[in-house]
Design a protein around this ligand. Structure first.
Ligand SMILES: Nc1nc2c(ncn2[C@@H]2O[C@H](COP(=O)(O)OP(=O)(O)O)[C@@H](O)[C@H]2O)c(=O)[nH]1
Ligand SMILES: [Mg+2]
Length: 423
C-alpha cells in the first residue's frame, strides 16, 4: 500500500566484526540459558531452533544458498520466487548495508513487532480520517440518491448548509457538504461535492472547467499549507479523493461530453465511472453497453481508476484486473428499505418486484461500495496524494518565481484545457 505508515527504522550499520560478535553473543546467551533448562524443554527448543536454522540467521543474504535450502524444504517454485523477491526488495531498500532476512518462525521467541498494527489502529481511530468524494453527471441521474445509499444516511441532503458553494459559471455550481460518520469507534469526515448543472445545457462547452478549477484549487491549498514555515501537524485535506462519474443508461456509447470530461479529469483525479439507473437496462443491454464503454475508454486513452501503471505488486494487479474487467459498474440507488423474506433490504419497489440494491444478482452497487469504501478507500487517498497531488506539486514548484505569482487559480488561468469541441 502506498502512503504514510509508521516511522522508518533507522539502523546503525555494524562492522562485519561487530556483527559476528553480536551473533555469537546471541547464540551463546541462548546456550547458557539452555543449560539451566530441563531436558524436555531443551528438546522442544532444539526442534524449533535447530543449529542449521541458527546458521541461517547468521549468514548474510545469499539468494543462491537460500534457494538450495528452500528446495531441500520442498517449497513450490512460485512460493520460492515470491519469498526471494521479498528478500531482494528488503535488501535493496538499504543500499550499502548487509542484511539477513529472519522469518517469524526463525525467531528465538516472541518479539512483539506485530503489535505495531494495534498502535497504528489506535492512532488512526483517535485522529479519524478524511474522505472527499465528488459526484458528476446530469441532473436526475441519481447522484444524490446513490451517495446516500453508499453511506446509508442522508449525506447528500439538499437542505444541508453547504461549506462550499460557488456560482463559478452560470451553469455548473459546486456544492459540498461534510459529515462525520462514526462506526465502531472509527471516525470519518466525509465530504460530498456535488456538481449540479453539469451537462444540463444545450451547449455544454467547457462545462468541466469549474470542476477542474475546484480540484486544482484544493491541491494548491494543500501545497500552500505544506510550505508554511510553521505548518500544521495535520494539514486539512480537502483534495478530491474520488470522482464518481455518472453515465446515463442510454445503451449506446460514450457521448462527446463524457469523453471530454474524463479525458481532462482523468489526469488530475481518480475517476470511477458508473452506469446510473441500471435498472432501466436488460441484462444483455447492460453487458453490451459496458463492453462498448470499455472500448471507448481505451480508444480515447482515458484513464480511470484503478490505473494499471499504479498497481504496486502482482497481487494488487490481479485484484485490480478483475475490477478493470467489470468497470463501469451498473448501479441502482435508493433511500428506501423494503421487507424481503422477513429481512429489511435497501431496494426499489416496482410493479414487477423489488430491485435489491445490495444484491449482486440484481446490480453492481455492492461492487462499487466495496471498491470505494471497503477495499480501496486508502488506496484512493494514496493515489491522490502520491500521484495526482505530487504531479501538481512538482509542476508548481518548477514554475519560476512561483512564490511571487498569485497561483494559477487566483489569476483565473487554472489548468484550463483548451477545447474547441461543441457538445
Ligand atoms: N430507476 C431509478 N431511479 C432512480 C435511481 N436512483 C435515483 N432514482 C430516482 O431518480 C430521481 C433523481 O434522483 P437524484 O438522486 O435526485 O438525482 P441527482 O439529480 O442526480 O442528484 C429520484 O426520483 C430518484 O428516486 C435508480 O438507480 N434507478
Ligand atoms: Mg442531486
Amino acid at each position: 500500500m502506498r502512503g504514510d505508515t509508521a516511522g522508518e527504522l533507522e539502523t546503525e550499520p555494524l562492522t562485519p566484526m561487530e556483527e559476528r560478535e553480536e551473533k555469537e553473543r546471541g547464540i551463546m546467551g541462548q546456550e547458557q540459558k539452555d543449560e539451566g533448562k530441563s531436558e524436555a524443554q531443551l528438546a522442544s527448543t532444539n526442534t524449533q531452533n535447530s543449529t542449521s536454522e541458527k546458521e541461517e540467521h547468521c549468514v548474510e543474504f545469499c539468494p543462491v544458498k537460500k534457494e538450495e535450502k528452500r528446495k531441500e524444504k520442498g517449497m513450490e517454485e512460485g512460493e520460492m520466487k515470491k519469498e526471494l523477491e521479498m528478500e531482494l526488495q528488503l535488501c535493496q531498500s538499504l543500499p550499502g548495508q548487509q542484511m539477513s532476512f529472519i522469518r517469524g518462525t526463525d525467531l528465538f521467541g516472541y518479539v512483539g513487532i506485530e503489535a505495531v498494527l494495534d498502535q497504528m489502529r489506535r492512532k488512526t481511530m483517535k485522529a479519524g480520517f478524511e474522505f472527499n468524494i465528488m459526484v458528476v453527471g446530469q441532473s436526475g441521474l441519481g447522484k444524490s440518491t446513490l451517495v446516500n445509499t453508499l453511506f446509508k444516511s442522508k449525506v447528500s441532503r439538499k437542505s444541508c448548509m453547504p461549506n462550499y458553494a460557488e456560482e463559478i459559471s452560470k451553469t455548473v455550481r459546486l456544492h459540498s457538504v461534510s459529515h462525520v460518520i462514526e462506526e465502531k469507534g472509527v471516525k470519518m469526515k466525509l465530504t460530498v461535492i456535488d456538481t449540479p448543472g453539469f451537462g444540463d445545457q444545450i451547449n455544454n462547452e467547457n462545462c468541466w472547467e469549474p470542476i477542474v478549477k475546484y480540484v486544482t484549487e484544493q491541491y494548491e491549498k494543500y501545497l500552500r499549507e505544506e510550505l508554511h514555515v510553521n505548518r500544521k501537524k495535520r494539514i486539512p485535506d480537502s483534495r478530491v479523493h474520488c470522482c464518481v462519474y455518472f453515465l446515463p443508461a442510454t445503451g449506446h456509447r460514450l457521448r462527446p461530453i463524457d469523453i471530454e470530461f474524463m479525458k481532462r479529469l482523468g489526469k488530475i483525479v481518480s475517476i470511477v465511472p458508473v452506469i446510473a439507473k441500471a435498472d432501466t437496462l436488460t441484462i444483455d443491454e447492460r453487458q453490451e453497453f459496458k463492453e462498448r464503454i470499455r472500448q471507448d475508454l481505451a480508444a480515447n486513452g482515458i484513464q480511470v481508476y484503478p490505473q494499471k501503471e499504479y498497481d504496486e505488486d502482482p497481487e494488487e494487479h490481479l485484484i485490480n484486473d478483475r475490477i478493470r474487467e467489470s468497470i463501469p459498474f451498473a448501479v441502482v440507488g435508493t433511500d428506501k428499505e423494503h421487507q424481503v423474506n422477513g429481512n429489511k433490504v435497501l431496494g426499489r419497489k416496482t410493479k414487477w418486484g423489488i430491485i435489491e440494491v445490495e444484491n449482486v444478482a440484481h446490480c453492481e452497487f455492492a461492487n462499487l461500495r466495496d471498491l470505494l469504501i471497503r477495499s480501496h478507500l486508502q488506496d484512493l487517498k494514496d493515489v491522490t496524494h502520491n500521484i495526482h497531488y505530487e504531479t501538481y506539486r512538482v509542476r508548481r514548484l518548477n514554475e519560476s518565481n512561483w512564490r511571487l505569482s498569485p497561483g494559477p487559480l487566483e489569476n483565473g488561468a487554472a489548468d484550463r484545457c483548451e477545447s474547441d469541441s461543441h457538445l
